[in-house]
Design a protein around this ligand. Structure first.
Ligand code: E4P
Length: 250
């Protein structure tokens, strides 16, 4: 299972990227608000530069035509960008049309401040945009049916929101398990992103159930790295090594 970071906070992404365990990032308008940013293109392009993997950016429209218009614009920001679209009737219609649309590859990485410093050169970006087309992440998935319908519409990813389901008294992981099983049964290529992750056990459970990806807030990732017994173990090894050195010197 791959790990994405669920944030629009550049400093968090920079820190997590240094660890070499992050394969992508998911953002949404609420995460942009929390990061105190309104310049979605600049934020998304910097994240693409830092992570060099799928970066989800969300449309902010309710009707399919406007979702598609926004998606076509967002898709030009980078070949890494994935368009996040909520699962509604209009959203499914937009996902279907986008899954069969091309990116305007001639305008790829439009206005990117990182061109020249980026690992991906413009010719490769152009070719990837043509190969990948417009990739979508069906978001706000709260049932197995929504996941199945999004996959049938041609979504690249679906994001069941585990924590929000748990908060509402449901079992969020059951929805992840159902979707993983349905996709395997019918050989659907859509990847499952366990989203709305609240604590490290959610990561373990998602991995156990066969989710392709868990998108994890920075604080949950830090909690997942640490274990008190690791800290105690390090402390003991350091103290014992000091003792070894002290004895060797005497
Ligand atoms: C997923 O892509 C969403 O950005 C995110 O996981 C939502 O999580 P929340 O319930 O913590 O807002």
């Amino acid at each position: 299972m791959r790990i994405f970071l669920d944030t629009a906070n550049i400093e968090e992404i920079r820190q997590a990227a240094k660890l070499g365990i992050i394969s992508g990032v998911t953002t949404n308008p609420s995460l942009m608000m929390r990061a105190g940013r309104s310049d979605y293109r600049e934020v998304a392009q910097e994240i693409c530069y830092l992570v060099q993997g799928p970066v989800s950016a969300e449309v902010t429209a309710l009707e399919a035509e406007e979702m598609i218009r926004q998606a076509q614009e967002i898709a030009q920001w980078s070949p890494h960008v994935v368009i996040k679209i909520p699962v509604t009737a209009e959203g499914l219609r937009a996902i279907r049309i986008l899954s069969e649309s091309d990116v305007d590859a001639g305008s790829i990485c439009l206005g990117c401040a990182w061109l020249g410093q980026c690992d991906m050169d413009p010719a490769v970006a152009h070719d990837l945009a043509l190969t990948w087309g417009i990739r979508t992440n069906a978001t706000l998935v709260f049932s197995a049916n929504q996941g199945l319908l999004a996959a049938r519409a041609g979504a690249t990813f679906v994001s069941p929101f585990v924590g929000r389901l748990d908060d509402a008294g449901n079992d969020g992981m059951e929805v992840v398990a159902d979707i993983v099983q349905i996709f395997a049964t019918y050989d659907l290529a859509t990847q499952v992103i366990a989203a709305s992750i609240r604590h490290p056990m959610h990561i373990t459970e998602a991995a156990r159930l066969g989710a392709h990806i868990a998108t994890v807030p920075y604080d949950v990732l830090m909690k997942a790295i640490r274990h008190p017994l690791t800290d105690v173990g390090i402390e003991r090894f350091m103290a014992d090594w000091e003792e070894v050195k002290r004895k060797a010197e005497t």
